[in-house]
Design a protein around this ligand. Structure first.
Ligand SMILES: [Zn+2]
Length: 243
């Protein structure tokens, strides 16, 4: 049994037995971890955190080798993101982030790029006046950092470069040129949208926030990224309808 200390973002909590709670965290050191906080409902002061979703906490836990449910011995709140909680639209976007990462990431696989991406997302969400763009940039980078970036460099069928009009295949996760046919759900994708995704993947976080997006690009990004994620995760994300 090892003792682990790490910063961690709350993804989800639920009641457990009479007095306890189980929390899913995304942690800096260990990726997604689940743990029991014994007695937290009977004595909320036992831990220095109310375990609000998307809050950042310092946690200490005993890691069991024969279970993926561990014992949290300490949990202290570090960041609460009050400006997000005071604004319904911002709060819904943060809940979406937590639900997406909970669904997308496997348990106990360290991924510090994803952790830092979540922190950058929350910090930007406190102040941005363009929540829609922020969500799309988060989706693009989360796909990249988790190893599921869409294939935009060439047609997924004939492997040739695609110039001009193309479609995006949800199942194949990439571009289909006008000469190829695939038997699944596709959606038109304009060169501007392809260029936006490629740029957003490469650009540092703060530079990506300055991307100017036309209405067409916004609409295509929303449809393609939301549907590609559903296809990839095999399940709809409940909070997606708010973003
Ligand atoms: Zn093709």
């Amino acid at each position: 049994m090892a003792i682990i200390q790490t910063e961690a973002i709350v993804l989800k909590t639920f009641d457990f037995r009479e007095t306890s709670k189980i929390a899913n965290f995304f942690s800096l050191e260990e990726g997604k971890v689940s743990g029991v906080l014994k007695g937290i409902r009977k004595d909320p002061r036992k831990f220095g955190s109310s375990l609000e979703p998307f809050s950042v906490n310092h946690i200490v836990y005993y890691r069991y080798s024969n279970s993926d449910l561990h014992l949290i011995s300490q949990c202290d709140m570090r960041s609460f993101f009050l400006p997000i909680r005071q604004d319904l639209k911002r709060a819904l976007a943060a809940h979406y982030m937590a639900e997406l990462i909970n669904r997308m990431m496997p348990s106990e696989m360290k991924n510090q790029k994803i952790y830092h991406l979540m922190i950058e997302f929350l910090s930007t969400l406190e102040v941005t006046d363009d929540i829609d763009r922020l969500i799309r940039l988060f989706q693009i980078k989360a796909l990249l950092f988790s190893g599921f970036r869409p294939h935009l460099d060439a047609c997924v069928s004939c492997k040739k470069k695609v110039a001009g009009k193309a479609r995006f295949s949800m199942k194949e996760g990439g571009l289909v040129c006008p000469h190829c046919k695939v038997h699944d759900q596709t959606h038109p994708i304009s060169p501007g949208t392809v260029a936006t995704i490629l740029h957003a993947e490469q650009a540092p976080w703060n530079d990506a926030q300055r991307l100017q997006l036309t209405k067409t690009v916004r609409d295509e990004l929303k449809y393609i990224l939301n549907n590609f994620l559903v296809f990839h995760l095999g399940k709809k994300i409940r909070s997606e309808r708010y973003v």
